[in-house]
Design a binder for this molecule. Structure first.
Ligand SMILES: O=C(CO)COP(=O)(O)O
Length: 265
């Protein structure tokens, strides 16, 4: 199975000059030395940099994604500050992240909001990297699977309301399991914990529809060049959604190479 390593740049880097330098490093490494067979790379820059990044990676093996899209309209409208799925696709991105815990926390993104966003993305032919995961308190209370089930219910509601979106969904949906307490903290669950949670996610998706058997599930949260091999070695972990370590070409590529090596086994 193909692995995916996706860099979520969040609100970084500070300048377009720094974006260009990061991309130059990435593109040079990808075209010259990096062994990345079996691993698809993607970057999700800030919206302000999305067009330039998408333009710059055209013709390379790297894909681009938005970090979010408007909930209000898939196309155009009087929604100050928003950017629609259609505009994101027009900017050259082919995917969008949705439901990142930072959006859920700082922008109060709800089930209904994410259902709207997912519908808009898919109707505009954008793939969706759907983020789910529990907080530290929920982890401590052993509520991880219940939290995940509630978050995944966006997908069942989508399929109930828009059954026509089922066509091709297995290719257009990636789930990223990101425990909130592991994001940017250096704390990570054990590989066995992640593996069991991913197995639960895969089984849950398959129970929604047989076409969703063996879906791609990524792990995110303090993945770095040192721990990537241990995650990559587990057959339930199909790749990584990387924050901090995606801001340096060297660590991002080291993570991608770990998953590439694992797919070759
Ligand atoms: O939130 C993340 C990716 O979406 C993970 O961030 P870190 O890799 O910085 O922990």
């Amino acid at each position: 199975m193909q692995a995916w390593v996706i860099g979520n740049w969040k609100q970084n880097p500070a300048t377009s000059h720094d974006v260009k330098a990061l991309l130059d490093d990435l593109l040079t490494a990808v075209s010259t030395k990096a062994q990345l067979d079996g691993c698809q790379l993607m970057v999700a820059p800030s919206l302000i940099h999305l067009t330039a990044v998408s333009e710059r990676i055209k013709g390379s093996s790297i894909l681009s994604a938005a970090q979010d899209i408007s909930a209000h309209s898939a196309s155009i409208g009087a929604y100050t500050g928003d950017c629609s799925a259609q505009q994101i696709a027009d900017a050259g991105a082919t995917w969008t992240i949705l439901g990142h815990s930072e959006r859920r926390q700082y922008h109060q993104e709800s089930h209904d909001c994410l259902l709207q966003k997912m519908t808009h993305a898919l109707t505009q032919n954008l793939g969706v990297i759907f983020c789910i995961g529990e907080t530290q308190a929920q982890y401590d209370a052993k509520q991880t699977l219940a939290v995940i089930d509630a978050q995944l219910s966006v997908i069942t509601d989508l399929l109930t309301q828009q059954p026509e979106l089922m066509a091709g969904l297995s290719e257009r949906l990636i789930v990223a399991y990101e425990p909130v307490w592991a994001i940017g903290t250096g704390k990570v669950p054990t590989v066995a914990e992640v593996s069991a949670t991913h197995q639960h996610i895969k089984q849950t998706l398959a129970s929604f529809n047989t076409a969703l058997e063996n879906m791609t599930v990524l792990y995110g949260g303090s993945v770095n060049a040192d721990n990537a091999d241990s995650f990559a070695a587990d057959s339930m972990i199909d790749g990584a959604l990387v924050g901090g370590a995606s801001l340096k070409a060297e660590s991002f590529l080291a993570i991608a190479q770990a998953f590439s090596r694992a797919t070759a086994q």
